[in-house]
Design a protein around this ligand. Structure first.
Ligand SMILES: *Cc1c(COP(=O)(O)O)cnc(C)c1O
Length: 428
């Protein structure tokens, strides 16, 4: 596609965009009475307009039925989650039984590591990307300590080459190979939160398995953003949050994937609770834990129905929008257009004032562009915010900007790039 740096081009593109109508299903925050340019779906997705109504329905069910709400009403709480699984399984490329919805993300990282990080004296190391999201670093650090190992010894971080910012797949695979004898687990994020790099998860899972290790993925920045195929790529486990690209509310419920090949493995440890008990016998309240077959066997606690409700409000929009394939097609164009406009600023100025560190190849990124500001980074970020362009800031000089296909427009990225250009002279 040939892009043009004009308002007319951006508008014409929005008019042709068949997903444009879905913007109306979200509540866009205001700036001086006008829609803000919200480019922060990587951190917190916008509220579906329907969310209040979905919540109200469950409050009504609680009011009308009280405890009976678990079993009666239009959608009894006991099976409420089942309505979400097909859409979620589509988004994650999983079989229905491989997906469960529970807890929050870091809690799920821990619970899944209980099952899939089973170090022995010889095979105890975890390989992950350098600069992983801090919560994942802390989770891994505390897990290796819990098993009696030292972080410095047990955690291998794959770093970019000198002078580079993102990782090369060949380097990741080589390090897995080089440490094959000692690796217990390879744990990567799907998309790195800082650079926006989308890793080759299929190749990583394959290399991990060849090394004799498990492969687990944190898809916080990938779920609902880029298509993944957890089942076909043979991931052992994965987890994600729902409040970023899946718009399910601050601190919204998380999800987890366990590959079906592990369903009957009775050697896997797990931290159990009654919500993971086999469903046909859960209410017999008998001693002796017997897990439900499938990912739901990893559940621990009573389903938080109000969080599930918010999740459903958003997933129903994904469903109406025709799923991730359509969204991804628009997303690639939106992001490429944004990249074109930002690079256009550099050309105009004759200097890389805004250097995009996210890979240029569409297959290696999702919605997010991470932009390094050469000068006055923090002041530029503040200028954007003062002018209604909402991105987010990462030390020391990176602004993350994500155009989300469900609610962002070509006009949004056009206006954002205009603002980035004006910031250069407005900020000293
Ligand atoms: C956003 C994010 C988290 C946050 O975890 P919570 O438990 O929901 O606070 C964890 N890991 C990654 C990779 C993230 O991007």
């Amino acid at each position: 596609m040939i892009y043009q740096n004009t308002w007319a081009f951006a508008q014409a593109h929005d008019e042709r965009d068949e997903l444009n109508q879905f913007r109306g299903e979200f509540l866009i925050p205001k700036h001086h009475g006008e829609d803000a340019i919200y480019l922060c779906g990587n951190s917190l997705g916008l509220q579906p307009r329907s969310a209040k109504q979905y919540i109200q329905q469950q409050l009504n069910a609680w009011e009308d039925n009280a405890v009976e709400g678990w079993f009666m009403g239009n959608d009894p709480w006991l099976s409420y989650h089942k309505q979400l699984i097909p859409t979620l399984a589509d988004i994650l490329g999983a079989k229905h039984a491989e997906v469960t919805i529970m807890n929050s993300l870091t809690v799920n990282v821990h619970l899944l590591m209980v099952s899939f990080y089973k170090p022995s004296n010889k095979r105890y190391k975890i390989l992950m990307e350098a600069g992983a999201f801090p919560s994942d670093q802390y989770a891994v650090e505390s897990q290796v300590k819990f098993h009696g190992f030292e972080q410095a010894d047990a955690v291998i971080e794959v770093k970019p080459r000198d002078g580079e910012v993102t990782l090369r797949t060949e380097d990741i695979l080589q390090q897995i190979k080089d440490n094959a004898d000692e690796l217990a687990l390879v744990m990567f994020s799907g998309i790195n939160y800082y650079t926006g790099q989308f890793f080759d998860l299929e190749a990583i899972a394959k290399a991990a398995h060849e090394a004799g290790a498990y492969a687990g993925f944190d898809l916080a920045h990938a779920a609902g953003n880029v298509p993944v195929k957890l089942h076909d790529w043979n991931a052992d486990f994965a987890c994600w949050c729902s409040y970023k690209y899946m718009n399910s509310g601050p601190g919204g419920i998380s999800g987890a994937f366990v590959h079906e090949k592990h369903f009957n493995d009775t050697t896997l440890d797990r931290f159990a609770g009654w919500w993971g008990y086999r469903h046909d016998k859960r209410f017999l309240m008998a001693p002796g834990f017997q897990p439900e077959v499938g990912a739901e066997g990893w559940n621990v606690s009573t389903a938080p129905v109000l969080l599930l409700t918010l999740h459903k409000a958003s997933l129903d929009i994904f469903e109406r929008a025709g799923g991730l394939k359509k969204l991804r097609a628009k997303s690639e164009q939106l992001t490429a257009y944004f990249e074109f406009l930002i690079n256009g600023i550099n050309q105009k100025v004759g200097d890389d004032v805004y250097r995009i560190i996210t890979p240029g190849n569409a297959a290696e990124r999702g919605c997010q562009l991470s932009v390094v500001c050469k000068n006055n980074a923090r002041a530029i970020f503040n200028y954007l915010a003062d002018n209604g362009v909402i991105g987010d800031w990462r030390e020391p000089d990176v602004i993350r900007l994500s155009a989300v296909p469900l609610y962002n427009t070509f006009a949004d990225v056009y206006k954002a790039s205009e603002c980035l250009f004006k910031a250069l002279t407005a900020v000293k």
